[in-house]
Design a binder for this molecule. Structure first.
Ligand code: HEC
Length: 234
């Protein structure tokens, strides 16, 4: 049996599903590009150093160089925070008063429990030493990693099983089908786990790049190939 034998309603439903998948995939690439480059619009492909920044630098510094950059009053503020964290992010450090001042001036408008700004984030205050310190660790923490891994893996697995099952009933050659199915799951798995491991081996940032790219292209390719195949005459 192959997908060309399905009735017109099933073909329509599958085609609409695939269009959702294509738009969702492109949206995820747009979102990632905006977050990593700090740009406000368009499709932005992040550079390796921007990816490195997200996964291998302390969260506070990464955000100040990335999507919170617009709130940073002066580039030297980033340097001060970076040096304080490299020194061990201690309360007694001579740089700490300056860091506290930067947080108060640049960030506390929104990052405060009592903030009433429309874009505020009261759940992530930077007011006390402990609050600031809790965002100084390098790369993904256990909690961030387990949160990201389960959300992404549940989500990706749900649509990949549908997509790859439909793809396996196309009339393409078996080795093409097998390769793309392995690439999509393999790329997703290695991409997600490189987020975590790249804080230990910075070289893995290239893995994030390559595997993320392979996952996205295999999903788009399978979707397009199914769309072409399903409407071909048997
Ligand atoms: C205009 C309000 C506003 C200001 C000012 C602001 N932030 Fe944020 N920040 C947010 C919001 C909203 C989020 C959560 C959603 C998001 O990521 O956009 C956030 C998220 C974050 C995160 C979580 C990870 C991330 O990057 O999304 C960090 C770290 C952070 N901000 C640091 C800072 C620092 C450091 C400053 C000061 C230089 C700052 N923020 C200034 C509103 C603000």
């Amino acid at each position: 049996m192959n997908i060309q034998q399905l009735n017109i309603q099933a073909k329509t439903a599958i085609s609409l599903f695939l269009m959702f998948i294509i738009i969702a995939t492109i949206s995820s690439v747009i979102l990632l590009g905006l977050e990593l480059t700090g740009e406000k619009k368009g499709i932005n492909i992040p550079t390796v150093s921007q990816i490195q920044n997200k996964y291998t630098t302390p969260e506070l510094v990464a955000s100040m160089k990335g999507n919170m950059y617009e709130h940073v009053a002066d580039d030297s503020d980033i340097d001060t925070v970076d040096r304080w964290i490299k020194n061990g992010s201690l309360k007694e450090d001579e740089l700490y008063p300056e860091v506290k001042e930067i947080m108060a001036l640049d960030c506390a408008d929104c990052h405060s429990k009592s903030s009433e700004m429309s874009k505020a984030i009261p759940s992530m205050p930077f007011e006390t030493y402990e609050e600031i310190k809790s965002h100084t660790q390098v790369g993904y923490s256990w909690s961030k990693m387990s949160k990201q891994a389960h959300i992404h893996m549940f989500g990706i697995a749900m649509f990949l099983i549908t997509l790859t099952l439909i793809f396996s009933y196309t009339t393409y050659k078996n080795n093409i089908k097998t390769t793309l199915i392995w690439t999509s799951y393999g790329g997703a798995f290695l991409d997600i786990f490189s987020w975590w491991f790249s804080k230990f081996f910075t070289g893995l940032v290239y893995m994030i790049y390559i595997m993320g790219g392979l996952m996205v292209s295999s999903i788009l390719l399978m979707s397009l190939m199914i769309l072409i195949n399903i409407w071909q005459k048997e």
